[in-house]
Design a protein around this ligand. Structure first.
Ligand code: 6PG
Length: 249
């Protein structure tokens, strides 16, 4: 069972023994969030992340043990960020999710709101903003029931990197970013949208993340974009023991 504490940022921290138990806990939290959202609003809106950490969670959701526990007809899936590549490209976050989850569950095609990574970055960001406004309504900021995020060892989250934050056009819901160090064009949800979520899970595993987890969770060091994620809603850090290794809480 995860050990739960509250950080000085007032985030909830749960430390799990390993990635497998972290993924199981994350899947259970997602199911609970979905049941609440569907009961209250008729559907569940979730923005998922790429990277390797959430993959076991996605695989669990597609498994016989979990798949039948979610009303997939009422699940609306978006992405926290996407690489500007075709959906068949090995770097595509949509492509990875399609292979291990979307193709294995009874999720209607119309409930999948992917970033059109095959378009030029600005057009892809504009199109994703149009989709967000079409689904959530054009006036206010989209309020996701749940957002799943990872963090990099440099403290990035989604595709909000230390070196791209200043290029982030304010007022956008989704923005094109160019990451010179990886020569990678991406589209990312912006901080105002992320911070509007009703609930957010940071899924973080591995010893390499321990230093930045401490900098963010205990020091609140806002040089790291992930430290700028501060919700009115509930923010839970799901950490394995290695990623939590530098915490003193
Ligand atoms: C992406 C993700 C990115 C990821 C972190 C952590 O598109 O790559 O959105 O923000 O969550 O880089 O990645 P790992 O889970 O592989 O460590």
């Amino acid at each position: 069972m995860a050990a739960a504490v509250t950080s000085k940022r007032r985030d909830r921290i749960e430390v799990c023994p390993d990635l497998a138990s972290l993924s199981r806990r994350g899947a259970e939290l997602l199911l609970t969030a979905a049941a609440t959202a569907i009961a209250e609003r008729g559907w569940f809106t979730v923005a998922i992340s790429g990277g390797s950490t959430p993959r076991p969670l996605y695989q669990l959701l597609a498994s016989e043990e979990f798949c039948g526990r979610l009303d997939w007809e009422k699940v609306q899936i978006f992405w926290a960020d996407e690489r500007c590549v075709p959906k068949e490209h090995p770097d595509s976050n949509y492509g990875a999710a399609h292979d291990i989850l979307l193709s294995r569950v009874p999720l209607p095609f119309s409930n999948i709101h992917r970033v059109l990574g095959e378009l030029p970055p600005v057009q892809a960001a504009d199109a994703y903003e149009d989709e967000l406004r079409r689904f959530f309504g054009g006036e206010l900021l989209p309020v996701f029931d749940l957002i799943l995020l990872g963090i990099g060892a440099d403290g990035h989250t989604a595709s909000l990197f230390p070196e791209t934050l200043q290029t982030m056009a304010s007022g956008r819901l989704a923005a094109p970013v160019y990451l010179a160090k990886l020569n990678s064009h991406r589209v990312t949800l912006t901080l105002p949208v992320i911070n509007c979520a009703r609930q957010l899970l940071f899924l973080v595993a591995g010893e390499d993340k321990a230093p930045v987890v401490r900098e963010i969770v205990e020091a609140g060091n806002t040089r790291y974009p992930a430290a700028l994620v501060r919700l009115q809603g509930e923010l839970i850090w799901l950490l394995d023991k290695e990623a939590a290794g530098n915490l003193t809480l």
